[in-house]
Structures are given as C-alpha cells and as structure tokens.
Design a binder for this molecule. Structure first.
Ligand code: XLS
Ligand code: MG
Length: 343
C-alpha cells in the first residue's frame, strides 16, 4: 500500500516575522489574499484556528459566528480549497492565562469549554468534522500550581463535553511537551491516545503529530507516527523540522535532519497515509530574515517531502530485505545514506 498525498497549511504559516524579541518585519497579508496563494503553492486545504475563520468570535453570538463561518466556506469554495480542521485558540485570551480546561479558576474553565463548542460550530459550517486540540497552556510553570491528576481529568472532561456536543466530530490531540508552559500535560502521542481511550467515545479521538513537538520530547517523529498508525489514530500531521532541544522552531521540513524527514515520509507512505482522506499539514515558519511575501518555506517543504517520497519509493525492496535478513545493518545504513546522497 502506498500513500496518497495532498497538502495543507494554516494561515498562521504566512507570518509577519515577529518573535519574542522583536516586532513584525513584513506587512500582513490579508486572509483572502492568503487563500489565493494556496493553489499556486501546491496546497489544497486550509487548517484553521477558530479565529482565523471568525475573528473576534468572543464578541459574537452563535448565530453571528455561524453566519461569518458560512462566508468563509463560500470563499474556500471560490478558491477550490477544503477546510481540513479547526482548532480552538485557547492561549491568547486573558481568561486562558492559567490554561483553559485546567485553569484553577472555574469561570476560566467554563470560557474554555464554551469557546471549544463555538469552534465545533465553525468546523461544521466549514464542512470539516476534524477538531485539533493543541493544549498550549494546559500545564504549569511550577509543579505545585496544579494537581496533575485533577488536570488530566479536567482535560478528559473537556474532550467528553466536546464529543457529546456534536456526535459527528473527531478530535485530534496535538501533543507537545513544553512551550509556552514549562511542563505541558499530554506531552506525547501516547498520552493523547491514552486520554482518548478513556473518553466517552474512543473511536472519535486521535492524534495530530508535529515533528518538532516529538523532537522536543526527545522522541523520533516517525516512531511517534508509527505508534499512532498502529491504532489508525493518525488523522493529520504537522511536518516541520527542529534543531535540537530549544524553542519550537517550525523549520522547513527536512532542513535540519534529512534522514529524520525521510523516515517520516516513508512511514506515512508505507502505511497508506492519505487514503482515508488525511492531509499532509506543513506547520512551518519563514525565517525572520525573509522578505515578503515569505511563502517559499511552504513550497520548499512540499518539494522536499515529494523528493524524499521519490527516494523512498525508488529503494529496492529486495535489497532492503536482503540487508535485514542478513542482519547487515551497516550495509542497510550505507544503502540509505547513498540513496539520500543521490548515488
Ligand atoms: C502548534 C500549532 C497550533 C496547532 C493548532 O504547533 O501549530 O497552532 O497546530 O492549534
Ligand atoms: Mg502544530
């Protein structure tokens, strides 16, 4: 079985270049102009935060939110694009300073749940059943601030509330071990899937795996993907790259460790990723030094993915099997390296 690959990204991946130490360096590109770039760059679907689709949704009634979202659905149609998923942005509002679902303030937890339900409404209007949960601030700066058992149960309750609110949606949890928090609850795919199994409807909880997040947890992204694939739980991916254990860099896919990227492409391809309608999301950030419109990191990531796919598919099955049967992993190693080097 081989994969079928179509590509997506989020509007946040075309970015003004601000970082924690300096302001924007490029003009903003309006959302509608960004939509016009997707096809040109080789992409067919948009990943959304709830407020990418409906800015200021906190100030709108559910009916107004639905109306705005229908306008976005029409714009997608005009551009020939699909909506892949919608994710509640639970890390910017003052009410989520101490986390959303795990906040120590009951009013803030209530806000986080309400916001998540509006996110589901938006997904419904955009024609997707997939909700991504990146649990950005569900964690602590100091351990004594929250009780990890209680926090885990609160995240589970939130997931259950969302599943009960709409019987069609599926939730892909995006694990990350740190940043913005010192320690995040649900730091790995294993945690995410265990939580899903404990939910009221395990069949509707899966994973979004981001390469950089796995690396930050000290794990290999392709093995994380294999783990989720073993349970048919890999519902989307955020491919990118990452230089060691530091802040989340969202570098161009394959630009740090080509072999690590190759193995992600390979595990996806071998197990038919995409045949169930899954998209390949590229969660990559342009360098701050790049002049506008700064979109090459997207098309470059896609190109690197496709080139690695070609290399993976060009490997001789017989040779791979022979190396494995002879337990000649030195030979296998060199064969892979030569293939990556274009020899
Ligand atoms: C974090 C993200 C984030 C989610 C969606 O890595 O890119 O935006 O994927 O909430
Ligand atoms: Mg991501």
């Amino acid at each position: 079985m081989s994969g079928e690959f179509r590509f997506s990204f989020g509007p946040w991946n075309i970015h003004e270049g601000h970082d924690p130490f300096g302001p924007a360096v490029r003009d903003s590109i309006a959302f509608n102009r960004k939509l016009g770039l997707y096809r040109q760059l080789g992409f067919g679907a948009v990943q959304f935060h709830d407020d990418d689709a409906v800015p200021n949704l906190n100030d709108l009634s559910p009916a107004q939110i639905a109306k705005e979202a229908r306008g976005v659905a029409r714009a997608l149609k005009r551009h020939g694009l699909a909506a892949e998923f919608v994710a509640p942005r639970l890390w910017e509002d003052p009410r989520t300073i101490d986390g959303g679902y795990t906040s120590n303030d009951a009013r803030c937890r209530k806000y986080a749940i309400e916001r998540s339900l509006r996110c589901i409404d938006i997904a419904q209007e955009l024609g997707t059943d997939l909700i991504v949960l990146w649990l950005a601030r569900e964690g602590t700066y100091i351990r004594e601030a929250k009780d990890s058992r209680v926090a885990t149960q609160r995240i589970l309750e939130a997931v259950n509330t969302m599943l009960a609110y709409n019987s069609k949606i599926r939730i892909a949890i995006e694990a990350k071990p740190n940043e913005p928090m010192d320690h995040t609850y649900i730091p790995t795919t294993g945690h995410a899937l265990a939580l899903g199994q404990a939910s009221v409807d395990p069949a509707r909880v899966g994973a979004n795996i981001e390469s950089a997040h796995a690396i930050l947890a000290g794990l290999d992204p392709s093995d994380e993907m294999g783990f989720a694939l073993a349970f048919d739980k890999l519902w989307t991916v955020h491919l990118n790259d990452q230089n060691g254990l530091k802040f989340d860099q969202d570098k161009t896919f394959g630009s740090v460790d080509l072999r690590r990227a190759f193995n992600q492409v390979r595990i996806l391809d071998i197990h038919g990723y995409g045949r169930g309608g899954e998209w390949v999301g590229l969660d990559v950030k342009a360098m701050r030094t790049q002049k506008k419109p700064a979109v090459a990191h997207l098309s470059n990531s896609r190109e690197i993915f496709l080139r690695l796919l070609e290399i993976s598919r060009s490997l001789s099955d017989a040779r791979l099997k022979a190396f494995i049967a002879a337990r000649d992993y030195e030979g296998l190693d060199l064969y892979i390296m030569q293939s990556l080097l274009g020899k």
